[in-house]
Ligand binder design. Structure first.
Ligand code: NI
Length: 268
């Protein structure tokens, strides 16, 4: 698969499920902006059938190389990011995984039960990153139970393998060329910003500033009926050059830590 194929398939399913992302994207293009994607992110479990080394495969085959590693102790996650060498305009890829053994036996058993429902050959499919919900119709009881320990686990249980978010590169925008202007633009349209740790994550000195809207709530069919829960979100990032004039391409763990909370359950 080429990078274009991967990203257009992911974008199609992401915007279909999260119409607000498409609405925001169009609000930029209608202003004459050309929107580039800074990065996408994936979530997975550290089970060897689907861990980072599995999810990264199609990206490595499409020319990506690993560029950074991250640890999120409180959320019990590790992550890696990937870039296409010599192609700074290509979106970066961020893949995180939940460290299952750091959670209760109850959570581990619930997850194992679902992972084991599917034959392991299924996880070897090259199309795994497009599979979405792989474990059948979820149970709302299980979703709630997982949320008590990890919002991330609960999200992954329901949504499976798909882009968790796309990210508008503010560097590519001409009019809305600061993160403050972008945030105001979003609020003017009635979107709820993730304000965990402040609306803007990171500082100019750290060379990366990010913000995000809270994930859109969508109706999901559970075994117990239809419930509205957060799906995916849209992120906005601006990168600054370092002392040598090179645009920073990494991620800031303490900012990403708060961005993860964009899919936390919330009351409207
Ligand atoms: Ni992100």
């Amino acid at each position: 698969m080429t990078r274009d194929e991967i990203f257009s398939r992911l974008w199609e399913s992401y915007t279909q499920q999260n119409p607000s992302a498409l609405k925001i994207y169009q609000s930029f293009t209608q202003m004459g902006e050309k929107v580039l994607n800074d990065h996408i992110a994936f979530r997975t479990f550290n089970d060897s059938r689907m861990d980072i080394s599995v999810i990264e495969k199609p990206f490595l085959e499409a020319g990506y190389v690993e560029k950074g590693q991250y640890i999120f102790e409180e959320k019990k996650l590790t992550a890696k990011h990937y870039e296409v060498p010599g192609q700074p305009e290509e979106p970066k890829v961020f893949i995180s995984q939940l460290i299952l053994e750091d959670f209760s036996k109850e959570l581990q058993n619930l997850i194992a039960e679902h992972i084991n429902k599917v034959d392991s050959i299924f996880y070897k499919d090259n199309d795994l990153i497009f599979k979405d919900t792989v474990w059948g119709i979820p149970s709302f009881e299980t979703y709630k139970k997982l949320r008590e320990e990890s919002e991330y686990a609960a999200w992954l249980y329901v949504y499976g393998f798909r882009a968790n978010h796309f990210t508008v590169s503010i560097n590519s925008l001409r009019k809305l060329n600061t993160i403050e202007k972008v945030n105001q633009h979003l609020k003017d349209q009635g979107f709820k910003l993730n304000d965990a740790g402040g609306e803007i994550k990171g500082t100019r000195e750290e060379l990366l500033q990010q913000s995000s809207i809270m994930a859109e709530k969508i109706s999901v069919a559970f075994k117990e009926g239809i419930f509205e829960i957060p799906a995916c979100y849209y992120e906005f990032a601006i990168r600054y050059p370092d002392a040598d004039g090179i645009l920073y391409n990494g991620f800031i763990a303490k900012s990403a830590d708060k961005i993860f909370e964009s899919t936390n359950f919330y009351n409207k």
